[in-house]
Write a new protein. Structure first.
Length: 169
């Protein structure tokens, strides 16, 4: 039986913020555009993530991209795992074609997600419902008292415990 983790939807703004913040921070840290100062890069990354998530359409864009981004990484990992277990030569993985194929799939994911999210901006008569019309405090309290919430907290707690134990060693 699968665990109902739909309560994790309440954490999606946090995950979106962390995703944007970490991507911007990593790019600024790697390129040293603003200098080698870590605090400056962190501050700019935080400000960009806050601005990015202030607009609901950009937040929906991030929430549309993240699952497909993870699916791409899992599929790539499984391809590499199967190729490694097959025992054949793995020279084709080191070639630029494999990397460019992954980049091509990423660009396709970004473009399809952008068309899905920003289509109502270009064509207001074709409105796509985002599924969230805002939540009031009463709705959040009612949602938190459901059984799904307990499963989500259990999953997040176990994941945090495992991460703490693995990171400790």
């Amino acid at each position: 039986m699968a665990i109902d983790i739909s309560g994790i939807f309440l954490f999606m703004p946090i995950f979106s913020f962390l995703f944007v913040f970490l991507i911007v921070f990593a790019i600024l840290n790697k390129t040293k555009i603003l200098g080698g100062e870590g605090w400056t890069n962190m501050f700019v990354g935080m400000i960009m993530a806050i601005i990015f998530l202030s607009f609901s359409s950009l937040d929906l864009y991030i929430r549309t991209i993240i699952p497909w981004f993870i699916v791409l990484f899992v599929c790539t990992f499984l391809i590499l795992l199967i190729a490694g277990l097959a025992g054949g030569k793995l020279d084709w993985i080191a070639k630029p074609f494999f990397g460019w194929a992954i980049v091509g799939v990423l660009i396709a994911i970004f473009l399809v997600s952008a068309i899905y999210v920003f289509n109502p901006v270009f064509h207001p008569d074709l409105v796509i419902a985002s599924g969230s019309g805002g939540t009031s405090l009463v709705q959040q309290i009612r949602y938190a008292s459901e059984g799904r919430w307990v499963g989500t907290l259990l999953l997040v707690g176990i994941g945090g415990l495992v991460a703490w134990i693995v990171g400790k060693k």
